[in-house]
Design a protein around this ligand. Structure first.
Ligand SMILES: *Cc1c(COP(=O)(O)O)cnc(C)c1O
Length: 439
């Protein structure tokens, strides 16, 4: 099948492009986000056929119309199987309430699903024969880990991870400083914003761009979004008990995860309702309440991967619902919770059920509670709370009594024992440029 989905810019000033170009550019030249000009549809029979299938099997069908035509069938199937080689199991913690554990990938967070597909796609669709594609990533923790791991050992790609010295957790630092090979970790004497500035400067530096091909893997790239649809469909296919449409609760920061769920529902996945759960960074919540989108600086919380004051996927959601807040509100409920509420929830859930949640997932659990309190009729529908990170990753900010109960995966212990290798950068952009040119 020849795919003819094209991607337009939400700012309306750049030309539409195909998937390959949208993947290579990330952001449209006019600063807008790429959105598909139509959404392929799943029929009932196809959906029913997903029951009992694996994540990879479902992924092949869901993602085929999006980028299958750019690859041979063999390459496409191989890519999906290779990328989706871990599960997304559902755990029932209360009757009809499921935690979908999205943290069984190599870096223990849901970002692995998309990063692993994206790295493989970039190598095949964006890189030209014989060239090395340099992926520059500034990170405050989770993204760098997922991107470094997802692109690790992918031929023709070199990853540069810039992270603020002393400002990421031990496990996160180990995840991108111990891979070696085609991953170079750069420890920046500064903040996350300094790292981001260095990357941005590299993208506009003429000499660098003349000598090497630079690209980014940040979360606004459509290639990071689409693969995440698959686990929503997988969850639906495994909820056979009631025949009713699920409520999905999504702990949200940049809203890429939620946007993927929304696109899956626009493809035809039956969903009762989406709940966006936020920490004190509640820009989206305030928008739904007040009707004005007011970006603001982020504030630090325990669920730090959701500390986003200007969620970049907001305009994609706006676009998906015809720029109409009433339609958005019909599909998406929203709640926010502070750190005290989050900590208490982690304790209460553990005491009541024995299940250990990381702070991001706990924010999701609180969102489910609030939704059901306000909408008791929905207690008859299955609820799926997306667990975005393994609790071991955030043990240092969790209540001690609960953190003690975390079972450390063997892979986790193995990473912690590896030797960190990072290049220290103290000399600002000139130093960074020298490193790149010395490749
Ligand atoms: C990135 C991340 C989130 C937020 O996801 P978005 O797609 O940015 O909304 C939530 N939890 C964890 C653990 C994350 O790493």
């Amino acid at each position: 099948m020849k795919t003819d989905i094209n991607y337009y810019s939400t700012n309306g000033k750049s030309e539409s492009v195909d998937f390959r170009q949208a993947l290579g550019k990330g952001l449209a030249p006019d600063g807008g986000l790429y959105m598909p000009d139509f959404i392929p549809q799943l029929d009932k029979k196809t959906l029913e056929g997903f029951r009992g299938k694996t994540v990879a099997e479902i992924g092949k069908t869901i993602l085929e119309p999006w980028f299958g035509a750019f690859l041979s069938k063999e390459d496409f199937d191989g890519l999906i199987e290779d990328a989706f080689n871990f599960d997304a199991p559902l755990k029932e913690i209360e009757s009809g309430v499921f935690i979908q554990e999205l943290f069984h990938g190599p870096t223990f967070a849901f970002k692995d699903f998309a990063a692993r597909i994206m790295g493989r796609l970039m190598a095949k669709l964006v890189r030209k024969e014989g060239e090395t594609l340099h992926v520059l990533t500034a990170t405050s923790g989770d993204t760098g880990a997922a991107v470094a791991d997802g692109f690790h050992n992918v031929p023709g790609i070199h990853v540069w991870v810039l992270y603020p010295s002393g400002k990421v957790s031990d496990i996160q630092e180990k995840q991108f400083t111990t891979l070696g090979g085609n991953v170079t970790a750069i420890e920046v004497d500064g903040t996350f914003d300094d790292c981001q500035r260095l990357v941005k400067q590299a993208f506009v530096d003429e000499e660098l761009n003349a000598k090497m091909t630079l690209t980014s893997a940040n979360s606004i790239n459509i290639g990071r979004l689409l693969p995440q649809m698959v686990y929503y469909v997988y969850a639906w296919a495994n909820l056979t008990h009631s025949g009713k449409d699920p409520v999905f609760v999504v702990p949200s920061g940049n809203f890429g995860n939620l946007t993927a769920g929304l696109i899956a529902s626009k493809m035809g996945l039956p969903v009762r309702r989406f709940i966006a759960a936020n920490n004190s960074n509640k820009t989206f919540h305030d928008y739904l309440e007040e009707g004005d989108y007011k970006p603001r600086p982020s504030v630090r919380t325990l669920s730090n991967a959701m500390d986003v004051g200007d969620p970049s996927n907001f305009f994609r959601i706006f676009e998906l619902y015809g720029r109409d807040i009433h339609s958005i509100k019909k599909s998406i409920g929203s709640y926010w919770f502070d750190d005290d509420e989050t900590t208490r929830a982690i304790e209460e859930i553990y005491d009541a059920t024995g299940y250990v949640m990381d702070p991001h997932t706990a924010v999701g659990y609180l969102g489910y509670k609030s939704w059901i309190d306000e909408n008791p009729v929905d207690s008859e529908y299955p609820v799926v709370i997306l667990a975005t990170a393994h609790p071991a990753k955030f043990a240092d900010v969790m209540p001690k009594a609960v953190a003690k109960a975390i079972e450390l995966p063997d892979r986790f212990k193995a990473i912690m024992q590896k030797q960190k290798v990072a290049t220290e950068l103290k000399s600002g952009f000139e130093g960074f440029k020298k490193l790149l040119l010395g490749f």
